[in-house]
Ligand binder design. Structure first.
Ligand code: BTN
Length: 253
């Protein structure tokens, strides 16, 4: 596959055959040392893989990509932290797009192929005052998983789609390279371009769909994008555009 090699992302790498969570390991590392920019921590198995809002991330031993990257996104303000969701979502979307069609980013940063989730991203930031001192971008990408527990909603792996097994090291390198590309776009201040690119790849953008606002109330509308804080913008039947935070809205899939 013809792709530029990363210069610093994933170059310093820490492989752990088994760990509770690569995000937790990376956060602990940052509390004690200053690992080089782009350091990655990856594993074959997580005993306590973390998902968003305290969820568990499922992955059986050795089948998938479980990786956390450390970056220092200076001079990024905490108020602009959604850009980190944007760059990580775009990087994973591009990599999955090399293997599968119809890859979208489901707000805020789940990666979907058609109506199934193929990857999840957990961004954890370390703040100093109003600045982001460091970030840990944790990515769980389902590559060779064949069977998921029934309680996981809509999962899929690259291998289930392509009917082939794939080399995790190759996918890791592609991911490092893509992440570096979007990280540098952010560093050079191309926030508007990144936001537009993200909006253009959003799952169900401009489609009429149902959403749950408090687990029960259903609203009907069209996703129009995200605002500066990364809130989801939905145009409802009255034509008003409403902004929703992460815990305030759910898709009906
Ligand atoms: C989600 O969709 O809820 C986010 C899932 C993020 C999972 C990855 S796997 C590697 C890294 N380590 C963790 O404990 N979580 C992230």
């Amino acid at each position: 596959m013809n792709i530029t090699e990363a210069l610093f992302t994933g170059i310093n790498s820490i492989y752990l055959p088994e760990i509770d969570s690569t995000n937790l390991f990376a956060m602990n590392l940052l509390s004690k040392t200053n690992p080089p920019e782009g350091t990655c921590v990856y594993t074959a198995y997580q005993s306590a893989g973390r998902g968003q809002i305290g969820r568990f991330w499922y992955s059986s031993d050795g089948k998938n990509l479980l990786i956390s990257y450390i970056f220092y996104p200076k001079p990024l303000k905490a108020i602009d932290q959604f850009i980190l969701n944007i760059i990580s979502g775009l990087a994973v979307r591009d990599v999955v797009g090399m293997y599968c069609d119809n890859v979208k980013i489901k707000w805020p940063n789940d990666i979907y192929v058609d109506d199934k989730k193929i990857a999840g991203i957990l961004v954890q930031n370390i703040l100093r005052g109003t600045d982001i001192k460091a970030t840990v971008i944790g990515i769980g990408l389902n590559v060779n998983e064949q069977h998921f527990p029934s309680e996981i909603p809509n999962p899929v792996s690259i291998s289930q789609i392509t009917s082939k097994s794939h080399d995790l090291a190759e996918i890791r390198q592609l991911l490092s390279s893509k992440l570096e590309f979007y990280f540098m776009k952010m560093k050079y201040g191309h926030h508007e371009w990144l936001k537009e690119t993200y909006i253009n790849t959003m799952y169900r953008i401009n489609e009429t769909a149902n959403f749950k606002t408090d687990g029960e109330t259903i609203i009907f509308g069209k996703i129009r994008g995200v605002n500066e804080q990364g809130k989801l913008l939905i145009q409802v039947e009255s034509e008003d555009v409403l902004a929703f935070g992460f815990r305030e809205i759910g898709y009906v899939i």
